[in-house]
Design a protein around this ligand. Structure first.
Ligand SMILES: Nc1ncnc2c1ncn2[C@@H]1O[C@H](COP(=O)(O)OP(=O)(O)O)[C@@H](O)[C@H]1O
Ligand SMILES: [Mg+2]
Length: 436
């Protein structure tokens, strides 16, 4: 059984530390939950069935890193992962929307993932067979070894790319599916995959440049080498055993107990719909039944108006690991501006570098930016680290606008500079510039 996720909890935390400042408790909880998936797969089958995932409820005000943790986790785990907004199911026109669709979407994600892996693993062989087919078409099957070698060389160094060739290719209606991050494989031709799975393909002779023929044949050959039935079975298995569903903004489908009005009916309805998925049910998909018993659910919400205890008790019970994310301090803001690999200062600097403008940031300037962010969060609305975006935007607005005229210059961002651009703004009543 496939269980690719073998990072230890401390390795997972270290990995998350590269992008997220603080929130150790939350990182630790997701790291343990993930490792438990791996541990579960190591134990005997009869016991394995009994071990249920420890689903997580992350609670924390806006902009403290809840969604960011989920986003980074998704890239880290080699498991089927889907993130949904709970509010999607209460929007006008969507009431009664089928929450089981989450699981169907997760299966599609897993199939794409498995197809990509499978194609990568047969790539070399597919390339060889592609070369052989092109060579047959070029020289005819009866050609001498010497002729074949000569043409093989020409083929390989691209000399013949623009030559027109008559070649047999599958006669399939174009019905394609994008595979992100896989430009070398182009598209997966679903028509092809299914005809391969369910019957023999008809071939037709077509005229086309060799470069085009190579692309089509590479696709045909790699699809011949992968087993669609196995991919689907593996994908369903991966979803059932290792799948992760992240439900963001779960507090938005929750109404305070005392003032439950009619509007809350649909919210509570969504909670009721979600319950069986989290408790474990069988969802029918076009690839077969999928059991949700062992899917890991991570829910997250700000819970500023309602409290987690306003969720349906059964739902609370199914989210047993509760982690509170801390409010971020001024020192956290300084770290967020400077430490993560793609921090805001690095982003802004890189963008201006493209115009030949060099930005340098003094330490006391960065500290002042953090102070101003804290101040604005207090005065206007606490939006956590998101505030840093508005502060940086206001700080660099003029430079961003005039960058083309400043080519070759180095601009030193000092505390005085920050003061001149922002401090007065922050003190004045002109606060609307900081409202998102
Ligand atoms: N602890 C943190 N460390 C680094 N960046 C953070 C942190 N918290 C929030 N951010 C940044 O602030 C923005 C909003 O964070 P997000 O995770 O979406 O907030 P929320 O908790 O509301 O889901 C993101 O760009 C994220 O990178
Ligand atoms: Mg969020």
């Amino acid at each position: 059984m496939l269980c690719p996720f073998d990072l230890t909890p401390s390795q997972i935390v270290t990995e998350l530390d590269r992008y997220i400042v603080g929130q150790h408790e939350a990182k630790k909880a997701v790291a343990i939950a993930l490792r438990n998936r791996w541990r579960r797969m190591q134990i005997q089958a009869s016991l394995r069935e009994e071990v249920l995932p420890k689903n997580i409820l992350m609670v924390g005000t806006t902009g403290v890193g809840k969604t960011e943790i989920a986003r980074r986790l998704a890239r880290l785990v080699k498991a089927p992962f889907i993130k949904v907004e709970a509010t999607k199911f209460t929007e006008i026109g969507y009431v009664g929307r089928d929450v089981e669709q989450i699981i169907r979407d997760l299966v599609e994600i897993a199939i794409k993932m498995m197809t990509q892996q499978a194609k990568e693993s047969v790539m070399n062989m597919a390339q060889e067979q592609t070369d052989a087919r092109l060579l047959d078409a070029l020289t005819g099957v009866g050609a001498s070894l010497e002729t074949r070698m000569r043409f093989k060389l020409k083929l390989q160094n691209g000399e013949l790319d623009n030559s027109i060739i008559d070649i047999k290719v599958n006669d399939t209606p174009v019905q394609t599916m994008d595979v992100p991050g896989m430009p070398q494989m182009g598209m997966i031709n679903l028509g092809d995959m299914f005809s391969q799975a369910f019957g023999k393909e008809k071939q037709v002779l077509k005229k086309m440049p060799i470069s085009e023929a190579r692309r089509i044949i590479l696709q045909e050959e790699s699809e011949k080498l992968i087993d669609l039935g196995k991919i689907i079975a593996d994908a369903i298995d991966a979803v059932e055993q290792n799948g992760i569903v992240f439900i963001d903004e779960i507090d938005k489908i929750c109404a305070a107990r005392e003032n439950s009005r009619s509007s809350s009916v649909s919210q509570e309805g969504v909670q009721r719909d979600l319950l069986p998925l989290i408790e474990g049910t069988s969802v029918s998909t076009k690839y077969g039944q999928v059991l949700t018993d062992h899917i890991l659910f991570i829910a997250s919400g700000a819970f500023q108006i309602v409290s987690p205890s306003d969720l349906l008790p059964e739902l609370q019970g199914r989210l047993p690991v509760r982690v509170d994310l801390k409010s971020l301090t001024r020192d956290d803001f300084v770290k967020i501006l400077t430490e993560p690999e793609s921090n805001l200062i690095r982003q802004s600097t890189a963008l201006l570098e493209t115009e030949g403008v060099t930005l340098t940031f003094q330490t006391d300037a960065i500290e002042l930016l953090a102070d101003i962010a804290v101040e604005m969060n207090g005065k206007v609305e606490n939006i956590g680290a998101r505030r840093l975006y508005t502060v940086m935007e206001n700080l660099l607005e003029d430079i961003n606008f005039e960058a083309d005229a400043k080519r070759g210059e180095t601009i030193d961002i000092t505390a005085e500079f920050v003061e001149s651009k922002l401090a007065n703004l922050a003190k004045s009543h002109d606060l609307h510039r900081f409202i998102l």
